[in-house]
Design a protein around this ligand. Sequence first.
Ligand code: FE2
Length: 324
Amino acid sequence: MIVLGIESTAHTFGIGIIKDKQVLANVNDSYTTESGGMIPVQSAEHHVECCDRVLKTALEKANISLHEVDVIAYSRGPGMGHCLRIGATVARSLSILLKKPLVGVNHCVAHLEIGRLCGAKDPILLYASGANTQVIAYDGGKYRVFGETLDNGVGNFLDGFGRIIGLGFPAGPVIDKLAQKGKNYIKLPYSVKGMDVSFGGIQTFLKNKVVGKFPNEDICYSVQETVFAMLLEVSERAMAHCEKKELLLGGGVACNTRLKEMAKIMCEDRGAKVFIPENQFLVDNAAMIAWTGLLMYEAGVITSMKDSKIRPYERTDDINVVWR
Ligand code: FE2
């Protein structure tokens, strides 16, 4: 069976093509800026501009024709309405044109499922991206959220901090590089509240008390050490509580070299396994949508045209995981 997946929740428009367990194509095009953050309308315009080209490239890479596709899967939430609408429109158009079924996929669940395709069996997922920061695990028919951010996603926090020191979008990769040159740890607020985390106070503290007073390299280093320790503390507690022996990383922030390193150290210490998919499957990507669409379709899930509206606020734990 061949499933074509479409991703468009935020900055990335992607087309992924999966045949059984094989990724035939994973073509993604992301909106970026030289300075300033992401503007949703501009990101949606980016998706409109690149969607034909991305589809054509993906079909060429997969070496198939559009008519060989059996199922159309698409990200229907959570995400930015402007952006989600472009992917859903492409999905509906292809479904009507090809007379093939549609499957609406939850983006956060797809980050976990692609990790299972990469070898994890029953992990705790630390999903660390721009808009989303959640610690997720399977329990009793659903993917449950054991901890999450109370305000920004960690990636949005890093981007916000990046704007304060003059970086463009996305700022995370530059912060990662600057942090590697940092030597001195600056004490920052450490904001874990129960199983949740919060970044707003740290950002205000950085803006008012830190930026301009210390070298940017030392600030980036201290920011990473602090917020990644927060994320891994919550992840480790979820692992202990659920008695799970695997940690899976997902989301664009998981491409960060120091977060990967700290996750490996934590898992080694507690005798657990860490799964870190290739960067192309960590960031927002359409292969994960195609793969989750395939799992859902094989379990009997089909999204009717009438029910195919986007769901910008859909929660991870809204989904009945009928395919497990
Ligand atoms: Fe994501």
